[in-house]
Write a protein that binds this ligand. Structure first.
Ligand code: RIB
Length: 326
């Protein structure tokens, strides 16, 4: 295993020079830096970033805990958090909890014991009590928390309002909402609240609801809920779903059952990841500014790590993107 000593000998400098250059504690001439980097590459030496972070008692790692690595929203969030972290000279430690609170808790403890710069996570993975007691900066997304833990959110109520207004404007009068659990304070419920509010304001019957299961979320296969939707509510002419994957499932069901989109049924999804425009029938959907959310969350971690204060809650607006399902 190549060592720091091997690098120093090959580059013709002292071990101290190599170590201090890697820790950013000394400015070496461009020629010396190049010789050290060439030596590292030639003998295959790669510094142990985690060990250096622990030694420095500060870290260039940012932890990100997500419930799924497959789900297109979270995959796109990972992409943008990693890009934002690298702009700040940081590296990403990605943890996937599969929506298991115990696993999320273990990952959180692993990240903080490894002295990461901070942690970005969905506010449904675990209780925030431990987060509040920890010194590690944390930013949560997707669900509001109390003011002690900074939140980076998008306007879910506005998203529901935009979906309802668009479907009603397109002539729909029998609206339905297909989502995750809406029995607790979460994004699915807030999207429903906006959706139902506009139905009331427009004196359109209150939307029917179908709640998909955890298994459907994790497998990204909503066939069971979509089939139930059309079986139990055949009069539906406008469907709003709490993510684009559900919306694509509705489109697939309609194509299999000769239900015309948008003539017979109109569909609005949520998220507007790159998946939405690639669907067989490109989705009308609510655009979440995922890149902006990711950049902001990383900036909050960096600012908190530098001892700066950050706002308790920041909510980014969403917008409707009209395509071929309406
Ligand atoms: O399934 C993706 C959804 O889960 C996104 O809308 C995101 O906000 C998360 O809540």
């Amino acid at each position: 295993m190549p060592t720091l000593k091997d690098v120093a000998e090959r580059a013709g400098v002292t071990v101290t020079t190599v170590s201090r250059m890697l820790n950013g504690r000394v400015n070496v001439s461009p020629a010396t830096r190049q010789r050290i980097q060439d030596a590292m590459r030639e003998i295959g030496y790669y510094p142990n970033e985690m060990a250096r972070s622990l030694a420095r008692k500060s870290s260039s790692f940012i932890g990100l805990i997500v419930p799924s690595a497959q789900n297109y929203f979270f995959a796109e969030l990972v992409h943008h958090v990693e890009a934002a972290a690298s702009v700040h000279g940081c590296r990403l430690m990605l943890c996937v909890s599969n929506q298991d609170g115990k696993v999320a808790q273990e990952y959180y403890q692993m990240l903080t014991s490894n002295k990461v710069m901070g942690v970005i996570m969905g506010n449904y993975e675990m209780s925030l009590d431990e987060v509040k007691r920890s010194a590690a900066p944390v930013v949560v997304f997707d669900q509001p928390a109390d003011t002690e833990v900074p939140c980076a959110l998008t306007d879910d109520i506005q998203g529901g309002r935009l979906a309802a207004a668009h479907l009603i404007d397109k002539g729909c009068r029998h609206l339905l909402y297909l989502s995750g659990n809406i029995q607790k304070n979460n994004v699915s419920l807030h999207r429903y609240e906006g959706y139902a509010a506009v139905c009331r304001e427009c004196r359109v019957p209150s939307p029917m609801t179908v709640e998909a299961s955890w298994e459907e979320f994790m497998t990204m296969n909503y066939d069971q809920s979509v089939s139930r939707l059309f079986t139990e509510h055949p009069e539906t002419d406008g469907i709003f779903t709490s993510n684009d994957i559900m919306a694509a499932g509705v489109v697939q069901y309609c194509r299999r059952h000769s239900i015309r989109i948008p003539e017979d049924v109109k569909v609005v999804g949520y998220d507007d990841t790159s998946f939405a425009s690639l669907c067989a029938v490109p989705l009308t959907t609510i655009h979440q500014p995922i890149e902006q959310l990711a950049q902001y969350a990383v900036e909050c971690i960096v600012r908190r790590a530098n001892g700066e204060m950050v706002p308790s809650t920041t909510v980014f607006p969403v917008r409707l993107i009209a395509r071929e399902t309406t």
